[in-house]
Design a protein around this ligand. Structure first.
Ligand SMILES: [Zn+2]
Length: 195
């Protein structure tokens, strides 16, 4: 059964002032990204959240729509882990909404499944349920179709745990592959060679 068409609803966009990157700050943005990943690893979630959110907004403003969703998702995770629940929920909704807007359905399915699992682990069951139901209204096909497709995906070479360029965590089932051996870093867009 096809579900969802005509029943789609959008998450509200965040209100209030948005942090911005200075103009022409690409190398600076890359350094900021490296720093945000390091802060996340060391458990400084509040500072990581601020940088990820600024980078996500910058990526979105520059039309980097492949990177913006992951940066928002990471901003959401960092915010939640630092105790900023409302902000975290908003960032997660925004990241997932961008994947839905881009109609990247299998990416949306994989990312949402992981986010829901993490939220349940942290006891955020209400938000987990909200996202699960929202996902249901977004996906044009039944969820089992995406599960089957993921299970039938071709064997790929193994990837490093972290992107060599920005240091971001690499999840083999969530990356996009540029060719048979190279995946794209979802945070900085650089190619990651598998072995
Ligand atoms: Zn990277």
């Amino acid at each position: 059964m096809r579900r969802g068409r005509g029943r789609r609803r959008r998450f509200p966009l965040p209100r209030g002032p948005r942090p911005r990157l200075p103009r022409g700050a690409r190398p600076r943005a890359h350094r900021a990204l490296q720093r945000a990943h390091r802060l996340m690893e060391s458990g400084d979630y509040a500072n990581a959240a601020e940088i990820f959110e600024m980078l996500a907004q910058g990526a979105r403003d520059r039309g980097l729509l492949r990177q913006a969703p992951r940066l928002y998702l990471q901003a959401g995770k960092a915010s939640l882990l630092s105790g900023q629940r409302d902000r975290g929920a908003e960032m997660l909704r925004l990241g997932l909404s961008l994947l839905a807007e881009a109609q990247r359905w299998s990416q949306l399915h994989q990312a949402s499944t992981r986010v829901v699992g993490e939220l349940e682990q942290w006891g955020e069951t209400e938000l987990a349920e909200e996202i699960r139901q929202w996902l249901h209204t977004q996906l044009p096909e039944d969820e089992t179709a995406y599960q089957q497709r993921a299970a039938q995906a071709p064997r790929r070479p193994s990837l490093p745990l972290h992107c060599p360029s920005c240091g971001g965590p690499v999840r083999p089932d969530e990356v996009e592959w540029l060719d048979a051996t190279t995946a794209e870093c979802p945070y900085c867009g650089s190619g990651i060679r598998g072995t």
